[in-house]
Design a protein around this ligand. Structure first.
Ligand code: ATP
Length: 460
């Protein structure tokens, strides 16, 4: 086992000579073996060690005992130990995060503090080859991004240096063997047994089958993960270069030229969307998934020239003809004007739809979201646009045209929505309908004909 790990460290340049390594030690077999391994090899690598342990205060007395266990283990070997108790339950209450995510947040913040205190270059963690199998399979089954399918990275930037995982090349069985050979009696975390965590179900049901097929399955999955990471890094770089020509970003807003974007090869389109989302979110929310990337791609491809997609945390994807804008900005001042054919479905920048239909009898539809016109009286084509200064409409049942601005006020349309509200006019420039608000005098009065145009305003 030792040689395999040495080769792996060498291959990925996981440890630089003369540096300090913080080892995250939970007290379980994996991280205890890692600490012991690096301690026994510290002359070979010329490294200083600091063990870092976090009691997440989730398992009462038992997790406190884990902390004393790690401290004692380090004392016996003169290893510096930084141990702390962090109140994860309170953090969960404050943030509403899940237990695993919350514990991880707290732990990683502590690792950064320890790193900075000791000017360390590395945080070494005890993830191993079986963790890798579980992670890759779980992501394939649940769906993830291309970067996600690559699984757990061997080395990634973190704080003032890197997180490294020297044990990804070996599996649980080899670690247990190492523990036995070196007389290491690790602590036992009962939450690893429960089948109510997805990971544990993969561990208990899928892994034994794979190991039976091939005892070295972890090596192959690790190779797959490394190949995926390399391919991904290359394609991401390529995407970044291409994006420079089709997108521009300013003040938390990205604008892309749709035609040029869609002329990029498909694998770059997908990564392009991912990069834009990474850039805008900074920390991509967990509610964002590959489904959103697919949605955005479909949205760019479809026939309709306009519309809005709503993504988590208030991010909007707005399509306006040949341009698509990704933005968190609330106020969209942009005016619009669209031709509105019959029949057609128009998706408006406010996310609502306008649907037109030609029917052969008078439809008895009610409310301000529907309007019916006599097809022989209406001058086509229709247009849908935002309001203009001085707009007036002949309101049904009123003698004089009424100012559109007055109608908005009387109908209590929120001021913030008026600039984006659709107004429908005929080919003569007469306003024939304010969808969802008011009908005009141009609506059909004779109900015995056989050609009517029905317009429907479908709110989100
Ligand atoms: N409470 C903790 N304090 C410090 N480091 C931790 C802690 N929990 C996990 N780690 C680090 O993160 C790695 C992965 O954690 P994970 O919870 O997936 O595994 P684990 O079951 O805790 O592994 P181990 O056998 O090391 O206990 C651990 O191997 C260890 O390096």
């Amino acid at each position: 086992m030792l040689e395999v790990v040495h080769e792996f460290i060498e291959k990925h340049q996981l440890l630089e000579r003369g540096t300090t390594v913080v080892v995250g030690v939970s007290g379980g077999p994996d991280s205890l073996a890692l600490l012991h391994f690096l301690w026994s090899q510290k002359e070979r690598y010329d490294i200083q060690l600091v063990a870092a342990h976090v009691d997440h205060m989730l398992r009462g007395k038992q997790s406190e005992e884990d902390m004393y266990f790690v401290k004692h283990f380090c004392e016996q070997r003169s290893i510096i130990c930084e141990a702390t108790q962090l109140n994860v339950p309170v953090y969960i209450e404050q943030t509403g995060k899940g237990v695993q995510e919350a514990a991880r947040d707290c732990r990683y913040t502590f690792f950064k503090q320890v790193m900075s205190k000791y000017h360390a270059h590395y945080v070494a963690l005890g993830h191993h080859g079986d963790d890798q199998i579980e992670t890759v399979l779980m992501r394939l089954v649940r769906g993830s991004t291309t970067r996600g399918y690559a699984g757990i990275p061997v080395k990634r930037p973190f704080g003032s240096g890197y997180i490294v995982r020297p044990f990804l090349c070996i599996d649980r069985r080899q670690i247990e063997q190492y523990c036995r050979q070196n007389g290491l009696h690790a602590r036992h975390d009962p939450s690893n047994e429960k089948d109510d965590y997805t990971r544990n179900r993969f561990r208990h049901f899928v892994l034994p089958f794979l190991k039976k097929e091939n005892i070295r399955a972890h090596e192959h999955i690790q190779q797959f993960s490394e190949m995926m990471s390399e391919d991904e890094a290359f394609l991401e770089q390529l995407t970044k270069e291409k994006l420079k020509h089709v997108a521009d970003q300013k003040e938390g807003c990205v604008r892309i030229d749709i035609l040029s974007f869609m002329s990029m090869p498909k694998p770059l389109q997908r990564r392009g969307i991912q990069l834009i989302l990474n850039y805008l979110y900074g920390n991509v929310p967990s509610s964002l998934s590959s489904i959103h990337i697919n949605q955005a791609l479909q949205f760019l491809k479809r026939q309709h020239p306009s519309g809005v997609l709503h993504f988590p945390n208030g991010l909007k994807v707005i399509r306006q003809y040949e341009v698509c804008i990704f933005t968190f900005q609330q106020e969209q001042t942009s005016e619009y004007e669209f031709l509105f054919h019959v029949p057609d479905t128009l998706i408006l920048p406010n996310g609502c739809q306008l649907i037109s239909q030609l029917v052969d009898h008078y439809p008895f539809v009610e409310g301000d979201d529907y309007v019916v016109f006599d097809a022989d009286q209406l001058r086509l084509p229709l247009r849908v646009r935002t309001r203009n200064h001085g707009d007036r409409m002949k309101v049904k049942g009123m003698e004089h045209p009424k100012k559109v601005s007055r109608i908005f006020i009387d109908e209590k349309i929120p001021a913030s929505e008026r600039a984006q509200w659709p107004i429908v006019e005929d080919a003569n420039g007469n306003i024939i309908w304010i969808p969802g608000v008011k009908k005009s005098a141009y609506t059909a009065t004779n109900i015995t004909k056989n050609r009517y145009i029905v317009l429907h305003y479908k709110k989100q």
